[in-house]
Design a protein around this ligand. Structure first.
Ligand code: MLT
Length: 324
């Protein structure tokens, strides 16, 4: 190579580096969702993905990498290049519970990921098949107690939010209920509607359409206040199970080590998304909430992720919860 070519190459490299920094994104971005399509994580990722796509001028492609309660997708995301072209949307509880439940899992939920922002807080609801012989939570618990080992519930796999919520339900009611793992809450809900499952500890993000279509029954919401969009559904305390409160936080992360400008662009886009009235309505119409002031920053998500990691690792040890 002669001097002129070397100079041209060097100039090209110098020009390319700031272009990368300034122009992000210059190609489609993939969002890894670690569950089957059609479930709550997938739905939240698509709602935000559409917004990000409009703002960033690039396509956001959802890749459903399901399996092992979300850990298969988490490992894939953790190993992806930290260049902003692979993002990860997951529920915080299974994200942090994964390594404690699957000891061979090769990722650290805190060290290997950068928080971008929480997409939605979705309370869990006790949802039964339409023809279940109980019309309220007290009748349901009485039925479960009278039929130990007979009632089955579907989840998105061991360690998923829908599994952990039902583990808590079983512990708090002292009932013996049978877990049926799926690759996502969407396919589990299909079986609940078909009547092959008895119940789920599902999120509004998933079940709202079926509830409105009267193809399932919703007995209670697992939080301390009724959801404003579903005023007819009693809280767990009102329905006879005080203290049963579980909320899933669906969040966006990136593999750790993003270039600062890429991180800023993603964080700023998330901040703008929180102000978008149409996006907010779509989330609230699915019986879920946008993060409030104080929860709507990457720092708040980072702190919450660390807190949840300690909480679920402890709960898994104490409850002797196993993946199988
Ligand atoms: C979960 O249970 O963690 C999620 O609801 C799974 C899903 O999005 O399908």
């Amino acid at each position: 190579m002669n001097f002129r070519s070397l100079l041209a190459l060097a100039c090209g490299l110098v020009a390319a580096a700031p272009a990368l920094a300034q122009d992000y994104p210059t190609k489609p971005i993939t969002i890894i969702v670690p569950f089957a399509a059609g479930g709550p994580t997938d739905v939240a990722a698509r709602i935000y993905g559409e917004y990000f796509s409009r703002q960033l001028g690039q396509q956001l492609v959802i890749e459903n990498v399901a399996g092992a309660g979300g850990t298969t997708g988490a490992v894939r995301a953790a190993r992806s290049a930290p260049d902003g072209y692979t993002l990860f949307v997951h529920n915080v509880a299974p994200h942090v519970a994964g390594p404690a439940l699957y000891p061979s899992t090769q990722y650290d939920p805190v060290k290997n990921f950068e928080p971008i922002g929480t997409l939605a807080f979705a309370a869990h609801y006790i949802v039964t098949r339409k023809n279940f012989p109980a019309n309220d939570l007290k009748e349901f618990i009485a039925y479960a107690k009278a039929n130990p080992g007979k009632l089955n519930y579907g989840s998105a796999g061991a360690g998923s939010a829908t599994h952990l919520a039902c583990v808590l339900f079983g512990q708090q009611t002292g009932t013996d209920i049978v877990h049926v793992p799926y690759r996502g809450t969407g396919p589990a809900l299909n079986d609940l509607v078909a009547g092959t499952l008895d119940f789920m500890c599902d999120q509004g993000l998933n079940m709202m359409g079926q509830y409105k279509g009267s193809t399932v029954k919703v007995l209670a919401v697992a939080q301390s206040a009724r959801f404003t969009g579903l005023p007819e559904i009693p809280t767990s305390a009102e329905a006879g199970l005080p203290g049963f409160e579980v909320t899933a936080a669906t969040a966006m992360y990136a593999p750790a080590g993003l270039p600062a400008n890429v991180r800023t662009k993603l964080v700023n886009t998330m901040a703008a998304a929180y102000k978008d009235a149409e996006l907010r309505k779509r989330i609230e119409d699915l019986a879920s909430e946008m993060p409030a002031a104080g929860q709507n920053t990457p720092e708040a998500l980072g702190a919450f992720t660390q807190k949840e990691a300690a909480r679920w690792t402890d709960a898994i040890k104490k409850g002797n919860i196993k993946a199988q």
